[in-house]
Design a binder for this molecule. Structure first.
Ligand code: COI
Length: 330
């Protein structure tokens, strides 16, 4: 058995080498992303392991069929960039890593939130000028606030536990309810109720079409004045221009954005000394209390190791047993 792994970063190499040694399976690592050209490197391999944000070309799957490769194991959770029809039509089954580290994502969300509540951007800005005064940047304490968690899957629940630890009131919304949270009476019935009650809104839902731009001028109008919005899920959930307008009007007090709707090709690229090719993103980044990070919530040692190990384990299971608990059923 031999596997080929695409889009490998330096920080993943050691984990892949160790897995290969422990499992006695040849693993070829390539830095190239998977596309209709580079898929040709996969001839003779049994499974493809990949991670990328760019869309996977449809032609990849016809070539995989031609080479008799029936498994694509991705090292991340989101499958929104995979043309699933092409995968299905060519008999390629997909596995993902549904839970590489929910805490990694939840912890980054809370890091940003605490910065905003304790006004660190304001103090950093003042200190840089030599201003050591306190006023007017008085903080808010999280335990006095209501946090609205949209999406109570693994990541949402990791966040809920942290918010509860801080003593905050937590309310949740999800179309698929978790029985334990239901028993605690945590759910509200509609997003409008959540918008009306929450001081902080944190998004943990996938980018399915029903959620596209769910945060927009209409939903923002239903929120409390001074709301803080956190998005560590998918950029497409937020209409960025409306968020910006809501912030500039004072309705939104701040935002924590680890994702952005047009991030592909910008995040994880270096534009030092060059123009960032997205005016809205540049404008968002200029706002003191809009904290932008380049989709790094997942980027922890624990998460990266799990992404590599679990994707390779899943590929092995698909080839050896014809099944994996991480197969994505479309
Ligand atoms: C995912 O797992 O789908 C993510 O969003 C993280 C990715 C950037 C590795």
């Amino acid at each position: 058995m031999k596997f080929i792994v695409y889009g490998v970063r330096k920080d993943e190499e050691g984990y892949a080498h160790n897995w290969s040694k422990e499992n006695k399976i040849d693993v070829k690592l390539v830095a190239d992303l998977l596309n209709k050209e580079t898929v040709k490197l996969a001839k003779g391999y049994d499974a493809i392991i990949a991670y990328q944000q760019l869309p996977y070309d449809k032609e990849i799957f016809t070539t995989m069929k031609e080479y008799g490769i029936k498994d694509l194991s991705i090292r991340n959770v989101g499958v929104d960039n995979i043309p699933t029809d092409a995968a299905k039509a060519n008999g390629v089954r997909i596995t993902n890593v549904p839970s590489y580290s929910p805490s990694a994502i939840a912890e980054l969300a809370i890091t940003g939130l605490m910065q905003l509540l304790r006004r660190t951007p304001e103090f950093n800005e003042k200190l840089a000028k030599g201003d050591f005064t306190w006023e007017p940047d008085i903080a808010r304490e999280l335990h006095t606030m209501t946090v609205g968690v949209v999406g109570t899957g693994r990541i949402g629940r990791a966040g809920i536990n942290i918010y509860k630890g801080f003593g905050a009131k937590v309310i949740g919304y999800d179309v698929f309810r978790n029985p334990e949270l239901e028993a605690e009476g945590m759910y509200v019935d509609t997003l409008d109720e959540l918008y009306a009650q929450a001081d902080v809104i944190t998004l943990h839902v996938p980018a399915v079409k029903e959620n596209h731009h769910m945060i927009n001028k209409d939903s923002i109008a239903k929120m409390k004045d001074g709301v803080i919005i956190i998005n560590t899920a998918r950029g497409e959930l937020i209409e960025s221009k409306d968020l910006l307008a809501g912030y500039k009007s004072g309705k939104i007090a701040g935002a924590v954005l680890d994702v952005y709707e047009n991030e592909v090709g910008i995040f994880n690229s270096d534009f030092t000394g060059k123009k960032v090719p997205d005016a809205t993103l540049v404008e968002l980044m200029k706002q003191r209390d809009i904290l932008v990070t380049p989709h790094v919530a997942f980027y922890t040692e624990t998460a990266v190791r799990n992404m590599v190990d679990v994707a390779l384990d899943s590929a092995k299971s698909m080839i050896e047993k014809g099944e994996s608990r991480n197969e994505v059923k479309f």
